[in-house]
Design a protein around this ligand. Structure first.
Ligand code: V47
Ligand code: SF4
Length: 359
């Protein structure tokens, strides 16, 4: 029989917990016991260090042919509020970021019906030549698949071309919930969960590190969340190419998913992060994305297994278009203060988790 004590014994002995045990934890209301186990697992790996980076998000376009039901960011071509940044504007934002001390640009956007693959290659090249110190973390598996489709190139070739244009790693978006019947409800036009995993496998084989996200708090149930994490854990056993796992709390405003909810609860946020820490024993980093969680829950999560707070971000559109009421950006000093007040040591990192400086 599964109990919190049997799970605790596994974790204390450094043993992997099963999917049934993770499911049990999701159904448990013993948040503090789960948090304690997550804190133990985290401290074993990361001590009291908490990572952050100085980065800037750039979303080149919000025009997207997919129009996922949960996404308040995307627009149809020509619709009010649709935008596409010119190459020199993308470049200007990247240069400004570098000048302001960023070490990373995070670039993701919609699947534009008229932009050619070369536009994206060009954007990376332009950033590479004008902001040479910036690491370019760009494009979800969903965008990579789309580039392959619009260019007629294989996914392997798309990676080869993007890497030679300056791509350094990939973020973890587009995973949503990898379980097919959930995808049919929230993003029927998007690539399947198994294709997402396959593209990420190819990215890892091409030498790119990636992250993995999980969009939770909409129509999925606990079993779906566990199945999602199980697929990620299995792929990580095979490739070792994931850096961080990032649960994304669903922001419910302006979305076409007409659900009778106002977003996730603080309890659900903390439980989800803590369970991710104990279940995903082969992920070094569990990231609390403060944009979706709010600063306070993100801070408290540092006692629930989290060891990474993402970055300064500067301008965030995806969560804020969907009603996130966190600020658009945090200063480096703001993040450092938040980590310190949680009794942890702030460590600025680069994209690949090399420490730059601890505070
Ligand atoms: O894939 C869209 C999500 C993702 C909503 O890898 C929403 O370091 C909540 O992946 N409510 C993009 N989430 C953002 C993302 C990300 C963010 C920060 C860091 C990293 C990383 C990756 O945003 C999408 C989708 O899952 N999203 N709409 C919404 N209403
Ligand atoms: Fe497009 Fe991504 Fe929004 Fe889906 S989540 S509509 S793929 S921008």
């Amino acid at each position: 029989m599964i109990t919190i004590e049997t799970i605790s014994a596994h974790i204390h002995a450094g043993q992997r917990i099963t999917s049934d045990e993770a499911f049990f934890l999701f159904r448990s209301n013993d948040l503090l016991a789960i948090g304690e186990l997550a804190a133990l697992a985290n401290e074993r790996n990361n001590g009291t260090n908490v990572y952050f980076n100085v980065n800037r998000h750039i979303n080149p376009t919000n025009v997207c042919v997919n129009r996922c039901a949960f996404c308040a960011f995307s627009r149809t071509s020509g619709e009010d509020g649709a935008y596409t940044l010119a190459l020199d504007e993308i470049c200007r934002r990247a240069c400004e970021a570098e000048r302001d001390g960023a070490t990373e640009v995070h670039i993701v956007g919609g699947l534009h019906p008229d932009l050619a693959f070369e536009f994206y290659e060009e954007a990376l090249r332009a950033i590479r030549s004008t902001a040479q110190r910036l690491h370019i973390k760009a494009f979800t598996a969903v965008e990579i698949e789309y580039f392959s489709r619009i260019s007629g190139l294989t996914v392997e070739k798309v990676f080869e071309r993007l890497i030679s244009a300056g791509l350094g790693s990939m973020p973890g978006g587009g995973a949503e919930i990898l379980v097919e019947n959930v995808r049919q409800k929230i993003c029927p036009e998007k690539i399947s969960g198994s294709r997402w995993l396959e593209i990420i496998r190819l990215a890892h084989r091409a030498g790119l590190k990636t992250n993995a996200t999980m969009l939770y708090g909409h129509v999925e149930n606990f079993a779906d969340r566990v199945a999602h994490m199980e697929m990620l854990r299995t792929l990580q056993d095979e490739t070792g190419g994931f850096q961080a796992f990032i649960p994304l709390a669903f922001q419910a405003e302006n979305s076409d998913l007409k659900l009778d909810i106002k977003g996730t609860s603080g309890i659900d946020d903390l439980k989800t992060l803590a369970i991710a820490r104990v279940y995903l024993d082969n992920f070094d980093h569990i990231k609390a994305y403060w944009i979706m969680l709010g600063e306070k829950i993100a801070q408290v999560s540092l006692s629930f297994g989290v060891n990474d707070l993402d970055g300064t971000v500067v301008e965030e559109k995806i969560g804020h278009d969907a009603g996130a009421n966190s600020p658009q950006s945090l200063t480096k000093e703001g993040i450092i203060r938040l980590i310190r007040k949680a009794g942890k040591v702030p460590v600025e990192r680069d994209t690949l988790y090399h420490p730059i400086r601890s505070y």
